[in-house]
Design a protein around this ligand. Structure first.
Ligand SMILES: Cc1ncc(COP(=O)(O)O)c(C=O)c1O
Length: 439
């Protein structure tokens, strides 16, 4: 198909809720390592990885060699037949969860399903129904996952299922309480107690949160936040679900899971995205006593699929063998320093935040008012495209740029990225100045 035929077929035959970045959608034809190629043969440096999904480079040879062998050996059996790839992956995961205590997995096909399973399991385990989530969160696109999501733009279809309340998050750049860290004494976390006492029955099933809020614009809470919150959640009978769809698999640097950066031991971890480097997988990993509470039988036709399970285990091995969690910490720090330099140079950069190779910049009209600038963000997307760089967008106001390159990039890739990002910021600043002068 030609580019025009592809775009026309999309327009005519996909739900209009399937949206694409850019004024003219980018039609991607192929990708290799840190590069993506469009249908016209142009090469782009990919610092977004689909959406935070390419962990070890596009079409990674070591991973794909194992995938290809598996495709020709056993492609499908479903969860009602035992098979080695699913068992081997579950065993591997049990060995890398925080304190080695989350040892049972349930495999599905997406982050949404992983969270559905986690919420169901929390309800079965506690006998309670109410779930506490955070404002500015994103947990998926099913009714339950949208009800857990704390962002109006991603809650489609009107009334959401009951049983969810949303606590205030630790959005330090825009503190919901108008306070400043650390003199605030992390009051947002302490507010959880009053919220549970006033907005729930007082017996909750659980708390679900992303350690760093992905679609929210990589909102990164201060180090004490989750420990305080976890203590309160457990006091009211709830279990702790860490949604690691974006923060898992070493992305935050030095640790497998984002929540480990906060010293909290969750009862359930959910993940998807980067686990199989682009093949569809979701996983809910729980402490055995929690997993055992999901009584009766349940099926996921494609869950634990031999091919995706093989890919996932190969990704974990690649991360281990190539010390990519360390690379995420070190190259992530190098990337962060570059972003901080750009903040010093460009007044539309209001905030830089994140951990490891999960970094965001929040764009504002000016630093005094902190008015979110979705216009500058959209202009940045177009400018980075022209500079052959792929990055993502996010934030409740659509004013954050999200940066999440593969974990195996080098510092020279970051140098290349920084040149392209800076040229784009320069272009956007100049056109804003020209626009202001013309008014
Ligand atoms: C934190 C988080 N949880 C859940 C999901 C849903 O995952 P999926 O799109 O695979 O259903 C996403 C997707 O972006 C996510 O970022």
């Amino acid at each position: 198909m030609t580019k025009q035929e592809i775009l026309l077929a999309n327009q005519q035959h996909l739900f209009p809720s399937v949206f694409h970045y850019y004024k003219e959608p980018l039609v991607v034809a192929r990708a290799k390592n840190q590069f993506v190629y469009d249908i016209d043969g142009n090469q782009y440096l990919d610092f977004f990885g689909g959406i935070v999904t390419i962990s070890v480079g596009h079409c990674n040879e070591a991973v794909n060699a194992k995938v290809k062998r598996q495709v020709d050996t056993l492609e499908h059996v479903s969860t009602v037949f035992a098979n080695e790839p699913q068992a081997a992956l579950a065993k591997h995961l049990a060995g890398i969860t925080p304190s080695g205590k989350l040892t049972k997995s349930f495999f599905t096909n997406s982050g949404t399903e992983a969270n559905e399973t986690a919420i169901l399991t929390a309800r079965c385990y506690t006998g309670s129904h109410e779930i506490v989530a955070l404002r500015h969160s994103y947990h998926g696109r099913s009714s339950t996952a949208m009800a857990a999501t704390g962002n109006a733009a991603w809650r489609l279809g009107g009334a959401a299922p009951s049983g969810f309340v949303h606590a205030i998050n630790a959005y330090c750049y825009r503190c919901p309480l108008g306070l400043t860290y650390p003199s605030c004494n992390v009051r947002c976390a302490r507010d959880m107690e009053e919220m549970i006492k006033t907005c729930t029955s007082g017996r909750i099933a659980g708390f679900i949160a992303e350690p760093i809020q992905g679609i929210g614009g990589f909102i990164t809470p201060p180090k004490e936040y989750f420990e305080i919150v976890a203590g309160i959640v457990r006091k009211f009978g709830g279990i702790y679900i860490s949604d690691e769809v974006q923060t898992g698999w070493g992305r935050t640097g030095g640790k497998w899971f984002g929540i480990e950066q906060y010293g909290v031991e969750p009862d359930i971890i959910t993940s998807a995205k980067g686990l199989a480097n682009g093949l569809p997988i979701g996983v809910t990993i729980a402490k055995p006593e929690v997993a055992d509470a999901l009584k009766g039988s349940t099926i996921s036709t494609f869950g634990g699929n031999p091919v995706t399970a093989t890919a996932a285990k190969a990704v974990l091995e690649f991360i281990e063998e190539n010390h990519l969690m360390i690379n995420a910490a070190e190259t992530g720090a190098y990337l962060r320093a570059k972003l901080d330099e750009m903040k010093a140079k460009f007044p539309i950069v209001g905030d830089v935040r994140g951990m490891g190779l999960l970094q965001a910049i929040e764009l504002v009209e000016d630093r005094e008012s902190k008015t979110p600038s979705p216009a500058a963000t959209n202009a940045m997307l177009e400018a980075t495209r022209e500079n052959r760089l792929l990055i993502g967008k996010g934030g409740t106001w659509g004013n954050c740029l999200r940066i999440s390159p593969p974990l195996n990039i080098s510092k020279s890739d970051v140098d290349d990225f920084a040149l392209r990002l800076e040229a784009s910021l320069q272009r956007v600043m100049e056109s804003r100045m020209a626009g202001a002068a013309a008014r």
